[in-house]
Design a protein around this ligand. Sequence first.
Ligand code: FE2
Ligand code: FE2
Length: 204
Amino acid sequence: MATDLLEGLPLIAETPAHWGQLARENLDEVLRDHAWCEYKAASAGLGLMARFPEQELLIRPMIALVQEEMLHFRQVTDLLRQRGVALGIPPADPYVKRLRNILCAQGSGIGGLGDHLIANAFIEARSCERFRALAATLEQGDAQEQSLADFYQRLADAEGRHWETFRDLALEVCDAEAVHRRIEEASRLEAKLLEELPVEPRMH
Ligand SMILES: [Fe+2]
Ligand SMILES: [Fe+2]
């Protein structure tokens, strides 16, 4: 079954086709990295509330997001335990670090909160695309891999919703036209970053 990896997302570049197979061959490593991605996503939601305490409209959507990311963290750490794999220490995430730098450090004119919301929106969107790619690869495997494919398809749907949550918040707190322009610009910057980074058995 062909999957449209970019459907509904602001991304313009697909993950290189061989990433899915690379991830499949190094699943334990990918799952460990993925578990920490979920933890960091929850932490980013908490951080946003503390950084912008005057923005009350963040509170409910961020609480919902943090709860969902922690559920994902629990699910992935459960998988690690079943596979007898240790969680280990949080790995570096050059994609997230560089993307946050690119999208937030200089300021784009939509304000600090707007920049943070757009950066988070793109991290969610890319995670959604990677989960779709991994699900499409695992779908071709045995029963165990197929059940993991279902799990990744469900997570892809959740991360797709999270991209929309951050985008909608940005549209609410900033000038909508400026946000749409910034999303277009960020799509190009994100695609360029993806091209510069090596293809590795990790989530980003
Ligand atoms: Fe998640
Ligand atoms: Fe998410």
